[in-house]
Design a protein around this ligand. Structure first.
Ligand SMILES: [Zn+2]
Ligand SMILES: [Zn+2]
Length: 695
């Protein structure tokens, strides 16, 4: 049984990587995209970790000073969301605990999750720097985040501004565009007739009746010839009960905006907010933090207020009508709640200032991508940042088709503050007396201007992706001169968040790209291309594979997946792929194990030439981030006639096992150890170069 074999060599296979700080050996840093504390490892992690393990073992064999520390992610808004859910089931909540107690509780919970995740990584058969495990919200990482924030602020790349944000009432926090999903639904658009002070009639269109409560004027788009003459005139608006002016505004993507008058609502539309700021027009939010709307002296939900306003409009005899149309609605991907537009002060990172340097990194191949399509997609994200820095380009909310996969798309700049308790605090203090803002890596207790002792810290924390972007710096053991991450292996879902932001920030702070290589793999779906879900019953369980078949089966499953879906965003697989992967691993073990019996080598030169050709083919493909293809070379060779005809000397056979070892560490360790007189587990570390062996 393959599983018994794995058990025999388990400890030696997952043994600690002997990392040395001062050594002439060349460093090699594999930065693990560490899993969230919010759950167990799933098959997606399995794929990601196996690919990294292959690279790690290959680099150890090459004699590199490999640094591959495991860890866990504090998961920011999602971590808090899950913890609050657990608290609620015990009839508690975070406000009843208080901020300090809640954070203590979160750290305790995290410790438990981290241990669990590291154990699961061992079960997969990972070789790592176990004693260097890290947490994204530990002291070292917190300090790095503080330092980077202060440094970027000093360079005028971070600022605080009142801006339109996506407000999630469920999470009580703003969320970035890239955390939203768009769902199409049938909505109403509404029309009324309005009359100017000098008696001209015009039709006014709006999407939500509550928009009337936040209007500061009426807009005529540039191409609306019919109403252009109205610019500068004033109209009386019902519900708002105020006269407002008509302004000329930019054309909209949707034609119906360009054929009617439209409302200018700064707290609903980012173009309108830009317009209000430019013209110094005072405005108000339609929603409060709980997403209720004040109307007629009472508070209502948005839907309720809409209904009441429509009733009122109908009673006014101003030609009210409505029609249905298909409209996009933004939801917070994490909790599913619809998000609302709210103007709030937030901290921003100037993406468009850093974008040119990230572009230079891509265009000059300073970061190598596993597939040219990922380089193109990276550049597309940068194009979005560049284009959206033009004020008129920004479309928010009203049907703007941005989804999670578009990365930073409609964000002019990146909102890095969140209104959570769990996370790295924004390192900023405000003087209560004189209002002075202080940004510092050290805690501030008194005002540097007026010496007042009353200072309050900023209550926001930083977006978890801001700290992720700093991992290449904060996890780096090699010192920060000349050596960042050699390779980052990631699922396509985090490519945009991780590579683009890390490259931009590291380049800004250190004049160097974060990643030398970015290896992106697709996400798993079923054979029919459907997302895996419990309700569909098509989930492939990581723990089932490991418990039933063992780690080598998982590995074959991953290699075949990569080979069959090379460069694809979705990796298609079903249960039958696991059975065949298992069969494959068993066959491979048998072939290799039997082969070792052919001890006499009558044709040494020929075997050497076959072997070196084979090794070159496999290792080149690993270096080009084509692990599926590298494994295919192994399969082709083991099943070829030249392999069955070949006879190997002991030495040559070890060379063969060395080449296979990164892909099949258990099988190769077992065969290697067992051929030395059955002393299993004693000598397998000799796969790696001599200088690495530390007993
Ligand atoms: Zn939410
Ligand atoms: Zn002061």
């Amino acid at each position: 049984m393959l599983k018994d074999i794995e058990k025999d060599v388990f400890e030696i296979t997952i043994a600690e990587i002997p990392f040395e700080k001062n050594t002439p050996r060349e460093p090699y840093f594999i930065l693990m995209p560490v899993p969230n504390i919010t759950g167990d490892l799933h098959i997606g992690h399995g794929i990601n970790l196996v690919l990294q393990d292959v690279i790690c073992r290959r680099k150890l064999i090459e004699g590199k000073n490999v640094y591959f520390p495991p860890g866990a992610d504090h998961a920011g808004i999602m971590g808090q969301y899950n913890a609050e859910k657990k608290l609620r089931s015990n009839n508690l909540n975070r406000t009843s605990l208080g901020k300090d107690e809640f954070i203590k509780y979160m750290h305790n919970e995290s410790r438990m999750h981290i241990d669990n995740l590291l154990n699961e990584m061992r079960m997969i058969g990972l070789k790592a720097n176990w004693s260097h495990s890290w947490f994204t919200h530990d002291t070292k990482r917190d300090e790095a985040v503080r330092w980077a924030f202060v440094e970027l602020y000093k360079r005028d790349l971070i600022y605080r501004e009142d801006n339109l944000v996506n407000w999630c009432p469920m999470c009580s926090s703003c969320v970035a565009d890239m955390e939203l999903t768009l769902t199409e639904s049938m909505e109403q658009r509404h029309f009324i007739n309005v009359e100017s002070a000098d008696g001209i009639n015009a039709s006014l269109m709006f999407i939500q009746p509550i928009m009337l409560l936040g209007a500061i004027g009426l807009g005529v788009t540039k191409s609306n010839a019919k109403f252009k003459k109205l610019v500068g005139k004033t109209f009386w608006l019902p519900i708002l009960n105020k006269s407002v002016r008509v302004y000329e505004v930019q054309d909209e993507k949707r034609k119906f905006y360009n054929q009617n008058l439209r409302l200018i609502v700064p707290s609903y539309n980012s173009n309108d907010l830009f317009f209000a700021k430019k013209n110094n027009i005072v405005f108000n939010n339609i929603f409060d933090d709980c997403c209720s709307v004040s109307y007629d002296g009472n508070k209502y939900s948005g839907e309720e207020a809409n209904r009441l306003i429509v009733n009122k409009l109908k009673s006014l005899n101003i030609g009210y009508k409505s029609e249905k149309f298909s409209q996009g609605r933004m939801h917070h991907a994490l909790c599913g709640s619809a998000v609302y537009p709210l103007v709030k002060p937030q901290w921003y990172l100037k993406m468009h200032k850093m974008e040119p340097s990230a572009r230079e990194i891509c265009e000059n191949n300073k970061t190598l991508f596993s597939d040219v399509s990922w380089r193109d997609r990276h550049i597309a994200v940068l194009n979005n940042i560049r284009d959206s820095s033009l004020p008129d380009k920004e479309k928010w909310w009203e049907g703007a088709c941005v989804g999670v996969a578009q990365g930073y798309s409609s964000n002019k700049d990146w909102v890095i503050s969140r209104q959570n308790w769990w996370g790295q605090p924004v390192p900023v203090w405000y003087c209560v007396k004189c209002g002075h803002t202080m940004v510092s890596t050290k805690n501030i207790y008194s005002c540097e201007i007026c010496n007042a002792r009353e200072v309050t810290p900023d209550s926001d924390v930083l977006d978890v992706w801001f700290s992720c972007a700093l991992w290449p710096i904060s996890v780096n053991p090699f010192g920060l001169r000349g050596h960042f991450v050699d390779i980052g292996v990631m699922g396509s879902d985090i490519f945009y968040f991780w590579v683009a932001s890390s490259n931009m920030i590291c380049n800004e702070l250190y004049g160097q790209q974060a990643f030398k290589k970015a290896y992106t793999h697709g996400l798993l779906c079923d054979e029919n291309g459907k997302k895996m879900s419990k309700s569909l019953g098509n989930v492939i369980s990581l723990s089932n594979i490991i418990n039933e078949y063992g780690a080598e089966t998982l590995r074959v499953f991953v290699y075949k997946l990569m080979f069959n879906n090379s460069g694809a965003e979705w990796l298609k697989a079903g249960q039958s792929d696991i059975h065949s992967a298992h069969q494959f691993a068993v066959n491979l073990f048998d072939k290799l194990n039997k082969k070792r019996l052919n001890k006499v080598n009558s044709n040494r030169g020929k075997t050497n030439s076959i072997l070196s050709h084979f090794q070159e083919a496999v290792n080149n493909r690993i270096n080009c981030m084509k692990i599926g293809e590298a494994y295919n070379e192994i399969c082709d060779f083991i099943n070829s006639e030249s392999f069955s005809d070949c006879s190997f000397s002991d030495e040559q056979y070890v060379e063969l096992l060395k080449t296979i070892h990164p892909f099949h560490p258990f099988i190769s360790n077992y065969i290697y150890a067992s051929r030395l007189g059955g002393q299993i587990c004693l000598s397998a570390k000799e796969f790696y170069s001599e200088s690495q062996v530390i007993d």
